[in-house]
Design a protein around this ligand. Sequence first.
Ligand code: PLP
Length: 381
Amino acid sequence: MIYLDNAATTKICEKAVKAMEPYLKEEYGNPSGIYSIGRKTREQVEKVRWTIAKSLNCKPENIFFTSGGTESDNWVLDNGAYLGNHIITSKIEHHAILNKCKQLENEGIKVTYVDVDKNGFVDMEQIKTDYKDGFENPVRTSLVSIMLANNEIGTIEPIRNIAMVAHRKGVLFHTDAVQAFGHIPIDVNYLGVDMLSASSHKFNGPKGVGFLYVRNPKEMMPLIYGGGQEKGKRGGTENVAGIIGMGAAVEDSMRNMSARYNKEKNLRDYMVKRILGEIPNVSLNGHYTNRLPGNASFTFDGINGTSLVVIMDEEGVCISAGSACAASAEKPSHVISALGIPKEKAYGTIRITIGHENTRKEIDYTVEKLKAGVKELRAKS
Ligand code: PLP
């Protein structure tokens, strides 16, 4: 099997598995326990908080463990709805943001969905002007949430500029960095973000665990009320093994980031060149260079992306027709549609996301199978 769907999830690294093992077996102490096996797990959980904080250039008290990207995103939006009644986001966010916004709209919160250009960059004019200050009318903007890098097309947004604009208006800024954390350097102070979501399974850690960075925890309402864990902001006994596995994956990805970045980018550029050069009527979605290293999204004229994914699966290659969470949806991807690609064309989209373990041989095999698959589907249509 050749796995090229690393934006959907990544293979857990050996270091994470090894680090987790004792905490699934003999080290079962509750981190809230004051006896030694409890203190030991507490110490390890806090070590991970410190590791993550160091990687982002913030303090451990700014890191809150969650169950992953969806939970972190939902928490931020609930908090935005608690502090005001207007949220600004973009049309190409993950459904963890968009569907939560829909639910908040049903409760009376106003949401502005900012457009993007053909490369997937958010419209800065809209970002600069769509604020409501609550003076003329009762609507007051409390949050801007724009993703750091898009999960379908890989485009990296100008987060520092957007955060500056939001702050000039006195509004909190959140970024969904689920696809970016562990893959490109992130400094929360340089970027000027107030909140940042990340998820362990996107950077070779275990699934079902992630974190939220919060610059000023006092401004954050609790997500889950319970036993006072996570400084009373998210109750419930910690996912100790998951957190420790995530910590090992953070250490591993920080240590190897630049080598992995270069490897993935070189393989991606090689693959893009071959596909654009050897298959007629295909285009690359997203910005040509300002994108995540492993990401490539293509739209092929005259085919259905899902049928191509099925053909590739029969050939032993895992790719996707959009984001994993929307892979079975009937409608074309909201991200591809937001780029201005017409509906009939948008169905011909596939996403290939390269990981650091992929090889040139695998990419060559994939390109050959893609060429045959596209030819076969076009002949049928
Ligand atoms: N945000 C983005 C940009 C994502 O790509 C994903 C997952 O694909 C999520 C949020 C959801 O993360 P999780 O699977 O950890 O809930």
